[in-house]
Design a protein around this ligand. Sequence first.
Ligand SMILES: Cc1ncc(COP(=O)(O)O)c(C=O)c1O
Length: 396
Amino acid sequence: MQTKIEIKPSKRLRKIPKYIFAELDEWKEEARARGLDLIDLGIGNPDGCTPEPVVKAAVESIKNPGNHGYPDFKGKLVLREGIAKWLEKRHGISVDPKTEIQTLLGAKEGLAHLAMAYTDPGDINIVPDPYYPVLSRGTWISDGQIHHIKLEESNSFLPDLNSIPEEVAQKARMFFVNYPNNPTAATITKEFFKELVDYCRKYNILLCSDLAYSEINFDGYKPPSVFEVEGAKDIAIEFYSFSKSYNMAGWRIGFAVGNEEFIKNLYAIKTNVDYGTSSIIQDAAIAALSMDESYCCDITGIYQRRRDFMLEGVKKLGWDHRKTSATMYLWLKIPKGYNSKTWCKMVLDKTGVVFTPGIAFGEHSDNYFRTSLVAPDQRLHEALDRLEKANIKYFE
Ligand SMILES: Cc1ncc(COP(=O)(O)O)c(C=O)c1O
């Protein structure tokens, strides 16, 4: 009999906690097997179609043999020029398309790779909790440590900079923030971005702003870029995504903006591990950026309508949620007697409605759950009905 060979993955991989979304998938599979009709509000995967001009541009592009080879590592210059123009129009910021933009296989890839470019084993990076998982995982993959700052509702889910111990600030290399925020739907002002820039400048920390929800905004609110703060380019890098803004999550394209040095180091990591985004997808992204703004308004109009009736619906069930001005999420408190997993599992078993337990977004977030607004209106209404019928309510 042959002895079983065990080839272990690296210690750093084994240290990374299990992805809760994988466990959620197991719950869903089990529930489906029991015959439950699931209304899945656990994910943030846009349910709308990619705009027609973007699809058309991709179809034209694929016919061009020039687009069938490896793409340019940085992304096509014409795309980077389009991005620079868009940044000027949208945020009033001036960026050199040749040296200050890197196209990405989505913001997620760039965020992970940037952490690898700037973290040595044992280094500390700062990440607020709750957080989109990749904001910590890039550091862990690099064998670095995370200092989490708990985001409090009483502080509008913004990081309290005074809560960071001096020795952590002195040692920290990177500070990740994400506004509009997944999962809390909190937003940031330009003034608070300035506080963050000043803080990072004082302690010589690279400020990483994840602006993946830049275009999912309501009631006229426009999320700011960190680069609207004067001098931010010295200390900050920002990540953008086409996934939500143009319903392009499956196309895998985003970009990073920052000074030549930061972009050069991100590029250095990328050239060693990937070839960049397909030229076809880049042509589609060029078409997306040149579309009339009303396309994005059509997409956000749908989320805004869903936000309105979902806020009203959860209010009737006892949750007093503030009015959100961005993203496709609501962040709701767990009633007493449950943690986020026992609560979400109970709701799933009783109603077939899937929510994400807060613990998926950080160990300090076990007293919340997230619902997305990503399902057709009629299914969202049905989810609210099912909760009401099963007497699922918020109580202190
Ligand atoms: C906060 C945040 N950043 C980044 C991403 C990933 O963006 P992309 O699809 O461009 O990789 C997501 C996706 O849900 C997100 O919620």
